[in-house]
Design a protein around this ligand. Structure first.
Ligand code: ATR
Length: 286
């Protein structure tokens, strides 16, 4: 893929996603559709970059005058060492998924958490202020989301994780921002009756193990909001069962679209064509 890059870029706007693996990324399809809809001459490339090549890849991207980069697994933390500036929220989250290049100065942002929250609010119409939220999992994906949720002034956030220490550490870290606590998985059932929104940030239920669910959906109170970061499948077992129980469900596709939308807005300064982006991704998932 690097070989396909122009040596003398003549497009107005060059964009890329770097990761390993990268072939399955839906970002190129989504952003190329968005550029076309906005009438911007440009192209978004998928670039396979291994851990050893991260530094040289960033130098090359800077030299070639790329306007923007998305960063995905496994580089979201390591890439912070190669940018010139890091936005405050990305720095608190400790991960960068979006880079903006302004005349050779690279700034790192994190649009995963805010993308998730924007999608949750848009798709379920929930007002998170004063709500009680349970986050399942305490890994990298949970970090950005908890940070973004904290900005919405919920009543409380409860982190439930298999390894209690990780949840305790995370709660400790964010306690100056929000009322937050940590529990183990066996305490979930007792607390769920007080919860308004449950969010699965673990990969349990992801393709190909689609029959799995991180918690028994039978214990979810009917009528609450249940959200899953997974978007393959679009509706996980957890969401399917929760829907049958009368819950409002929210899948992970919206997070993916909206993290891309925020990134595109940094790069272009224009509102992202969200519906065009969603249609392009859905078409490529078929
Ligand atoms: P990511 O960056 O995608 O969040 P991660 O940092 O590896 O990935 O975190 C995965 C999360 O899923 C963790 O909270 C993990 O729990 P542990 O901290 O106990 O490892 C959780 N997880 C993964 N597999 C799990 C399983 N089989 N049961 C319960 N939780 C699981």
């Amino acid at each position: 893929l690097w070989r396909e890059l122009p040596s003398q870029p003549n497009k107005t706007m060059l964009l890329a996603v770097i990761g390993d693996p990268i072939v399955h990324s839906k970002s190129p399809v989504m952003h190329n559709a968005a550029l076309a809809a906005l009438g911007i001459e440009g192209e978004y490339f998928p670039l396979h970059v291994s851990r050893e090549d991260l530094g040289s890849a960033i130098s090359r991207i800077r030299e070639l005058g790329f306007r923007g980069i998305n960063v995905t697994i496994p580089h979201k933390v390591d890439v912070m060492a190669y940018v010139d500036r890091i936005d405050d929220s990305a720095s608190r989250i400790g991960a960068v998924n979006t880079i903006l290049n302004e005349n050779g100065i690279l700034t790192g942002y994190n649009t995963d958490g805010i993308g998730y929250v924007r999608s949750l609010k848009d798709e379920t119409q929930v007002d998170l202020r004063g709500k009680s939220i349970m986050v399942l999992g305490a890994g990298g994906a949970a970090r950005g989301i908890i940070y973004a949720l904290a900005q919405e002034e919920p009543k409380t956030i409860v982190i439930a994780n298999r390894t209690e220490d990780k949840a305790i550490q995370m709660a400790e870290e964010w306690k100056s921002l929000v009322n937050i606590s940590a529990i183990t998985m066996d305490k979930i059932e007792g607390i769920l009756p007080d919860i308004d929104v449950v969010i699965n940030t673990t990969s349990i239920g992801m393709h190909p193990k689609t029959s799995q669910s991180v918690i028994d959906p039978e214990m979810i109170p009917p009528g609450i909001i249940v959200s899953d970061l997974i978007y393959n499948p679009l509706t996980t077992e957890l969401l399917k069962k929760s829907h049958e129980r009368g819950c409002t469900i929210h899948g992970g596709l919206g997070m993916f679209i909206n993290q891309g939308a925020y990134a595109l807005e940094y790069w272009t300064g224009m509102p992202a064509p969200i519906e065009t982006m969603r249609t392009a991704v859905l078409k490529s998932l078929q």
